[in-house]
Design a protein around this ligand. Structure first.
Ligand code: HEM
Ligand code: HEM
Length: 181
């Protein structure tokens, strides 16, 4: 399969836009869960969380498809131990899955709990007939995938920083500037 030798402009825009969105959504979600706000005080924050989440889903489908169609670029670092190559492949697929699983589970949990989702004042996703087990399972998925994703993202960022500042290789540079040649 064709593998580009670096990250093209579209891949970099996609990576950084979704990275910012996911970091913000994880932070907001965890704040909602652990911030100790009363239900009525956090209602408006939940509305923002849901609206942004639906937009992440729409853009995320494009972002993930683009990566699948393009394939991953070859690694520049032939000196990298094989376990790191494998770990990074697993992490990248997990991150791509998280980009879709998080908003899909959020939407399913909400609408099958009989709540419609108003995406800002723009459009809305209608409520469905309540299906308690489906909404419950999706809520559970949202929560535990969210915790797991936060952990993988933390490792991912630590790995990127280690490549740049300790190994001093081109891994981060490729995602900022494109092919590092
Ligand atoms: C990028 C997408 C998203 C990420 C990363 C994300 C992340 C999180 C996290 C980490 C939590 C805290 C754990 C929990 O209580 O379940 C949370 C809570 C929640 N999320 Fe999301 N979420 C996303 C999208 C959505 C969407 C699209 C919806 C619904 C339309 C949604 C609805 C909720 C709700 C209702 C809560 C519980 C808030 C509370 O009652 O405290 N999320 N989210
Ligand atoms: C400050 C935050 C971040 C930094 C510095 C960063 C850095 C990087 C770097 C350097 C690569 C290239 C790795 C390689 O070529 O082997 C990469 C790839 C990747 N990153 Fe991040 N990242 C960040 C946040 C995120 C977040 C929050 C996500 C989750 C959605 C994410 C998802 C991915 C994915 C899926 C790839 C694989 C290539 C692609 O499809 O874009 N990154 N990241």
């Amino acid at each position: 399969m064709h593998s580009p030798s670096g990250y093209d402009l579209m891949s970099r825009i996609n990576h950084w836009l979704i990275a910012i969105a996911i970091l913000g959504m994880l932070a907001l979600g965890l704040f909602l869960e652990f911030g100790g706000l009363a239900r009525e005080d956090k209602r408006w924050l939940i509305d923002i969380h849901k609206s942004v989440g639906v937009l992440v889903l729409i853009y995320g489908v494009w972002r993930v498809l683009w990566r699948i169609i393009q394939g991953f670029p070859e690694s520049d670092e032939s000196t990298m131990p094989q376990w790191q190559e494998i770990a990074s492949k697993i992490a990248h697929w997990a991150l791509l899955a998280g980009i879709l699983i998080m908003p899909i589970s959020g939407v399913v949990a909400s609408i099958f709990n009989g709540r419609s989702i108003a995406v800002f004042n723009w459009f809305s996703i209608p409520a469905q007939t309540e299906i308690a087990w489906l909404s419950g399972a999706a809520g559970y998925t949202h929560k535990y995938t969210g915790f797991t994703l936060a952990l993988i993202v933390a490792l991912h960022i630590a790995a990127a920083l280690k490549h740049h500042f300790v190994d001093r290789d081109s891994v981060l540079i490729r995602m900022v500037q494109g092919a590092a040649k």
